[in-house]
Design a protein around this ligand. Structure first.
Ligand code: PAF
Length: 295
């Protein structure tokens, strides 16, 4: 496993890999503090590509709250240990090349030698839900992800469905900028309790972590509830169930068309319908997101 810190090392190493006819380059963009959710993306990329680039970069331009940026966990050493262990568990047939991981961990100055003034706008995907509440967030995501795509030119890029809206925005950006490779959307990985894995979970106390399990339990139960109730009733039920729990406060819960991300008012209004939620948990509070498929 190699760890590189500069864009020139990254592009040169990838050019060399391509010259050597590397069989597929997978990109897994992350902000580090890697957990089993990230591990599932890396495993999938290792299975599908000869070389997997894992970028680890806490991207300042996507944080609209500087306290959130400051307390975001930074654990490069532990991240590399986890990646080494994923590589070690990969066994290949003798005739196949052993897959490789390249960790790209640049500094802020390396990525943004001067401020990135590019503006990305893909309404409604980036203007609803998180987009409405975190001004500039998706613009920052598009700034870093578009650069990673340009530098890596991957054959596939892997993203987790926990950030359901992020995937929709990145798909819109890919169509806009003409990136033609495949975006692989990977299912949410959950703790046994149902809590969706997130780097932010590390910031929860044990009690808060326990309280937070109420979010996914309510979402799962709401799928059953939705069979006999309207969209509005289901929406209101989820809101009141979660808000009734001490230590949890719903910021928003929206039941949306999974493609446009616009709210629906009937279960037959779109072929795929998703419930997307953001909840504030505990004293700090920590912002937790989750989502569920209704149909
Ligand atoms: O999902 C994330 O961790 C980040 O938004 C991403 C895609 C790595 C961009 O910084």
């Amino acid at each position: 496993m190699t760890i590189i810190h500069t864009i020139s090392e990254l592009t040169e190493s990838l050019a060399r890999a391509r010259q050597a006819h590397c069989n597929g380059i997978g990109l897994v963009p992350t902000m580090g503090a890697l957990h089993a959710g990230h591990a599932s993306l890396v495993r999938r990329s290792l299975a599908e590509n000869e070389l997997t680039v894992v970028s680890i970069f806490v991207n300042p331009t996507q944080f609209n709250d500087s306290a959130d940026l400051d307390r975001y966990p930074r654990t490069l050493q532990a991240d590399c240990t986890l990646l080494e262990s994923l590589l070690a568990e990969t066994t290949t047939h003798a005739c196949h090349q052993q897959p490789e991981i390249m960790v790209f961990a640049p500094s802020v100055e390396e990525v943004y030698p001067k401020p990135d003034t590019r503006r990305f706008s893909y309404p409604p995907t980036d203007s609803v839900m998180e987009g409405a509440r975190r001004p500039g967030h998706f613009n920052g995501v598009c700034q870093i992800v578009s650069r990673l795509f340009e530098w890596c030119c991957p054959d596939k890029a892997y993203f987790g469905e926990k950030d359901f809206q992020q995937i929709a925005v990145i798909r819109a950006m890919m169509a806009d900028l003409g990136f033609q490779f495949e975006l692989v959307a990977c299912p949410i990985v959950r703790e046994e309790s149902g809590l969706a894995l997130s780097s932010r979970n590390a910031l929860l106390t044990d009690d808060e972590r326990q309280t937070a399990t109420h979010i996914s339990r309510t979402l799962f139960a709401s799928v059953e509830y939705a069979r006999t109730h309207s969209v509005r009733e289901t929406h209101d039920w989820v809101m009141s169930e979660i808000n009734a729990q001490a230590g949890l406060e719903v910021e928003y819960f929206e039941i949306v068309d999974a493609l446009s991300l616009l709210p629906v008012t009937a279960w037959d209004a779109a072929p795929h319908i998703q419930g997307c939620i953001t909840v504030h948990c505990g004293q700090t509070p920590i912002r937790l997101i989750d989502n569920i498929c209704y149909r």
